[in-house]
Design a protein around this ligand. Structure first.
Ligand code: GDP
Length: 576
């Protein structure tokens, strides 16, 4: 006999009004006479699940609305910009030009301080520039888990166009998922060809707005200053769209941009606050270092008592040099600061002990992880021709699977470099090189950092490994495979133990432990598995066609003569 539940009781356990419960039943097309009628346990379970799911959904929606409302209530903050690009394309010149023309120096003769970051004044508000150009600094910060940059400016010289480090810079910015603005520099030169740069940008999958794409490009000259105002306007435009905000009242957290050891002043650490407000006298901790903030000096040389989000300052008071990219957190006392840094030092020492003998991640480890449905690759090859060939095959491979996204972050000619490892480390990528061997120092560095780096001489082997990685990332699919059927011929009742289905195997085999469903007049009555299987008095593992047996199912014994027990297994569908 199957169990039943009274409607009003179910309503009560789910804290619903009886009226609401009846409405659900009506919607589901379940028939009932009144609120004291009973419904099947299975129906009650379905309703319970439905109600719980709806409630979870509503709570989720409320939470995200509250978060959006909170964010919208916060004050805006300045966007933080990093300038990247190929060597000699004018990164430093552009940063200098903006610093010299747009930073309001405090008083006549006041000198701007080089503290690793500054803020430019524009008609649309302040813009914070990180003063160390290049993607190495950018990614070193990211590698420590922090994302200091909101917008990346890729500088491309108009007389030189896309160069290897331009590609790298674009790959780094894309891996960080920050908006990109392209500054086409040196347009004052007679040999400048900005149109060629725009066309070449397609090679790095940046489609200029002029060509119907979404990438903003601005022609500039860091020498004459032409276009620089437009560039700043475009930064403000992106900032307005992205709507950067931060809570100055929140618990303080900041990022170390750089730190230097000054003979007179001691440690000078430039930090950028991300949330909250830092004040002179606060205790802060960064990595294994701590400070009682003695003074804060901004990029104009001005001493500040407090500093809010996105304003870079140099902090005096650190015990030792914190590392670029390390987070800065405020703590309540010197005691807390010391305890925290000491425990971090201990943890690190312990970890180095545990790690000794560890060989880092191998490709085998990588093939066995089934966590993210994404395969990131950095490709290196001897010639442009082999690179194109490899990219082509990989594109076909990744098209054949919808679940796994294969992304080639960077494909360049030449041997793998330490910069590749940096990108691989932050973007969780594998470095594969074809026909070129990485230098011994790079191989060692990869091992030390636990980055998968592999060289190939045969394209087929490389592709085979990519296929393995794709397979490793796909969740295995299972399919039902029917093992056999048995017909219930007699219900045998055993006192205190319940009923056994005296059955006859009509086809296939019945296996103990296998999944089973009970069918009655073509309908599924129950679904569980075979808990016991007997031939006469003996427990057996399996019974074949045309034999009689006794079957027990998990959680069910209301068998009727004529019931069919279908036994099946879930088998992994081989990935193609
Ligand atoms: P970085 O390596 O990208 O930082 O490039 P630099 O800023 O050091 O510039 C490299 C060279 O290009 C220097 O000789 C600059 O004077 C020159 N340069 C930079 N910007 C411009 C520009 O807009 N016009 C011209 N004509 N030369 C530039």
């Amino acid at each position: 006999m199957s169990e039943k539940v009274r409607i009003y009781e179910l309503a009560k356990t789910l804290s619903l009004e009886t009226k609401e419960m009846l409405a659900i039943l009506d919607e589901m097309g379940v028939e009932y006479k009144s609120h004291s009628s009973t419904i099947e346990v299975e129906t009650a379970d379905t309703i319970r699940q439905l109600v719980e799911e709806n409630r979870a959904e509503a709570a989720e929606k409320e939470k995200s609305e509250a978060e959006a409302a909170y964010k919208a209530s916060l004050p805006s903050r300045a966007p933080v910009v990093t300038i990247m690009g190929h060597v000699d394309h004018g990164k430093t010149s552009l940063l200098d030009y903006i610093r010299n023309t747009k930073v309001a120096s405090r008083e006549a003769g006041g000198i701007t301080q080089h503290i690793g970051a500054y803020q430019a004044q524009t008609p649309n508000g302040l813009i914070t520039f990180l003063d160390t150009p290049g993607h190495e600094a950018f990614t070193t910060i990211r590698q420590r888990g922090a994302n200091a940059t909101d917008i990346a400016i890729i500088v491309v010289a108009a007389d030189d166009s896309i160069m290897p480090q331009t590609r790298e810079a674009v790959a780094h910015a894309k891996a960080a998922n920050v908006p990109i603005i392209v500054a086409i520099n040196k347009i004052d030169l007679a040999s400048a060809n900005p149109d060629k740069v725009m066309q070449d940008l397609m090679q790095v999958e940046l489609i200029p707005e002029a060509y119907g794409g979404e990438t903003i490009t601005v022609n500039v000259s860091a020498h004459t200053g032409e276009g620089v105002d437009t560039l700043l306007e475009m930064i403000s435009l992106v900032a307005e769209i992205e709507d950067y905000r931060a809570d100055p009242e929140a618990e303080s957290s900041a990022i170390v941009i750089e730190s230097i050891l000054d003979k007179q002043a001691g440690v000078l650490a430039t930090v950028l606050t991300q949330a909250g407000t830092l004040r002179v006298g606060d205790y802060i901790v960064s990595g294994e270092q701590w400070a009682k903030i003695r003074a804060m000096i901004d990029y104009t040389g001005k001493r500040l008592k407090e500093v809010g989000p996105a304003v870079p300052v140099q902090i005096l008071g650190f015990s030792g040099q914190p590392l670029a990219g390390d987070l800065v957190e405020a703590v309540s006392s010197e005691k807390m600061a010391k305890a925290l840094t000491e425990s971090r030092i201990e943890d690190r020492e312990q970890n180095t002990k545990d790690m000794s003998g560890n060989q880092g991640i191998t490709l085998d480890d990588l093939f066995n992880t089934v966590t993210v449905a994404k395969v990131n690759l950095i490709l290196r090859a001897d010639t442009q021709g082999s690179l194109e060939a490899i990219k082509g095959v990989i594109a076909t491979e990744s098209e054949s699977t919808e679940e796994v996204d294969v992304e080639v972050l960077l494909a360049t000619v030449g041997a793998p470099t330490e910069a590749d490892l940096l990108l691989a480390g932050t973007a969780d990528a594998t470095v594969m090189s074809f026909g070129v061997n990485p230098a011994g120092s790079v191989v060692k560095a990869a091992e030390k950092q636990g980055i998968a780096l592999k060289s190939y001489k045969i394209i087929y082997n490389l592709i085979e490994d990519v296929q393995k990685m794709i397979k490793g990332q796909i969740e295995p699919e299972f399919e039902e495979q029917v093992l056999g059927h048995a017909e219930v011929r007699m219900v045998i009742s055993i006192p205190k133990q319940g009923n056994i289905a005296g059955s006859y195997v009509t086809d296939g085999v019945i296996k103990r432990g296998a999944k089973a469903r009970l069918m009655r007049r073509g309908e599924e009555i129950h679904n569980s598995s075979v808990s016991q299987l007997k031939r006469f008095k003996d427990d057996v593992r399996e019974v074949g066609t045309n034999f009689e047996c006794g079957i027990n199912l998990v959680d069910y014994d209301s068998f009727e003569e004529g019931d069919i027990i279908e036994v099946f297994e879930m088998v992994e569908v081989p990935a193609i």
